[in-house]
Structures are given as C-alpha cells and as structure tokens.
Design a protein around this ligand. Structure first.
Ligand SMILES: [Zn+2]
Length: 70
C-alpha cells in the first residue's frame, strides 16, 4: 500500500496547442492547454482560420445513363 494521499487527482491530458502533457486541474488556469502561450496561440489560430471555408465538394459528374449497353 502506498499510504493515503490527500491531493486531489490530477489528470494529464494532451494540450490542444502543442500536444504535450497538460495538467487538467483547477490549478492550471489555462486548461486544457498546458500554458498561456498555447492558449493564446490557439485562440489566434481560431480567429484567423475560423471563417475560412474549405473547397466545396465538387458536384457528382457521373454519367450513369450514357454507357452503351448492347
Ligand atoms: Zn501546449
């Protein structure tokens, strides 16, 4: 047995900014990010890419009825 720990459990999650370990606990005010830098970086990326729409799906152009079947 390890003895009783009074510390609350802290989960370690992957930081969305850098992919590194991030403490997901109240003491990490930037959670789920690992720190202020990653949080700000992510918000900046959001702001610049939020309104960018990827290429629309090209319309299906199959000619299903024009194959000569003899
Ligand atoms: Zn990070």
């Amino acid at each position: 047995m390890d003895g009783i720990s009074s510390k609350p459990p802290e989960r370690i999650v992957a930081c969305p900014g850098c992919g590194g370990p991030s403490v997901y606990a109240p003491r990490n005010r930037y959670r789920p990010f690992c720190g202020e830098r990653c949080k700000n970086h992510d918000l900046g990326a959001w702001a610049s890419e939020e309104h960018r729409v990827p290429d629309p799906t090209p319309p299906d152009d199959f000619d299903l009825g024009s194959s000569p079947l003899q």
